[in-house]
Write a protein that binds this ligand. Structure first.
Ligand SMILES: NC(=O)c1ccc[n+]([C@@H]2O[C@H](COP(=O)([O-])OP(=O)(O)OC[C@H]3O[C@@H](n4cnc5c(N)ncnc54)[C@H](OP(=O)(O)O)[C@@H]3O)[C@@H](O)[C@H]2O)c1
Length: 291
């Protein structure tokens, strides 16, 4: 199977790229200079050049705050480019594998969201993601949409990196007390993506939408406490004051209070078990301080 990976420099994309290379699965990961979602003709040029059997897209406009200020650009990248990609994949009989997010839900539900729950996104970014999903489902029947909960890593921009940077720079840590999610290490997300890709390569015809999240939901403030405790082995603890806010205090950024996802469908369809984030967390924090 030949794979075209869009977003190979991103948090999840980097891990997917590394794992595909380790497994000797052919993967092309064009840079943004070669494939820019704002220039649809570059999408078609890459499909023509690389002739993939499957396209993974983990690329897009991902900053919820700035999306509110430039909605048309956000929709152009996240929705319109994905619609174009889905149509081009369908026309060429290519499988489309789209990485999506818990943000398509409004977060009002008390229990983990299942694939049967109807999205109700809040804000520009989340709406663009949900509309992308709809475009992909309509245009490219041979698709997988995989939604993740909180992705964590010691690299790039995410909750864990924010906490570690704040601790290291001895700044106060601001968290919310009314949001819960399932931390999911970026390399665990890659493990799941590649496991599904391998099953598709074996002829699985299990198209549709799936959820994956690390086992054990946790609130943001509790997660911060775990990170601080673990980090204290590497960094002498000075004052570690958690600034407790509520989601409503965060201006302009709509984050669902409930980011937890049920993973029964991915287990029953692909045999993918969700793993706890706790031991990978210790490894990621160690790696952060080693660097
Ligand atoms: N991060 C999370 O906590 C989280 C949680 C749940 C779901 N997800 C989903 O996972 C997916 C990947 O997220 P991520 O955090 O890995 O992303 P990321 O680290 O923000 O990476 C974004 C990627 O998109 C590329 N990109 C941005 N604009 C582009 C454009 N116009 N043309 C081509 N490429 C472009 C970036 O390339 P450059 O390097 O050139 O900028 C980068 O490779 C998203 O769909 C997101 O919704 C993420």
């Amino acid at each position: 199977m030949k794979i075209l990976l869009i977003g190979g420099t991103g948090l999840i994309g980097q891990e997917v790229h590394t794992l595909l290379q380790e497994k000797s699965i052919t993967c092309f990961a064009p840079t943004r200079e070669e494939l820019d979602l704002e220039s649809p003709e570059t999408i078609d040029a890459c499909l023509q050049k690389y002739e993939p059997d499957l396209v993974i897209s983990s690329a897009g406009y991902h900053n919820p705050a700035s999306a509110e200020n430039e909605p048309s650009r956000c929709f152009r990248i996240n929705r319109d480019a994905m619609a174009h990609l889905a149509q081009s994949c369908s026309d060429r009989n290519i499988i489309m594998f789209y990485i999506s997010t818990y943000r398509v839900f409004d977060g009002e539900k008390k229990d983990p969201y299942t694939e049967k729950d109807i999205p109700n996104p809040t804000g520009v970014l989340a709406t663009s993601r949900w509309q992308a999903e709809q475009q992909i489902s309509e245009r490219c029947p041979r698709h997988i949409i995989l939604r993740f909960s909180w992705i964590i890593s010691q690299r790039r921009t995410n909750l864990l990196k924010y906490l570690l940077d704040q601790i290291s720079e001895e700044r106060d840590v601001a968290v919310v007390s009314d949001q819960q999610g399932c931390p999911t290490p970026a390399d665990d997300a890659a493990r799941v993506i590649v496991a599904i890709v391998q099953q598709l390569d074996c002829g699985a015809e299990t198209w549709g939408t799936y959820h994956y999240a690390g086992a054990e939901p946790v609130s943001e403030n509790r997660f911060a406490e775990v990170v601080i405790a673990e980090a204290s082995q590497y960094h002498p603890l000075k004052i570690r004051k958690l600034h407790m806010n509520k989601l409503n205090d965060r201006n302009g950024i709509q984050a669902p209070a409930n980011a937890t996802l049920a993973c029964r469908k991915i287990l029953s369809t692909f045999g993918v078990h969700n793993k706890s984030w706790r031991s990978p967390l210790a490894r990621m924090i160690k790696s952060y301080y080693e660097k």
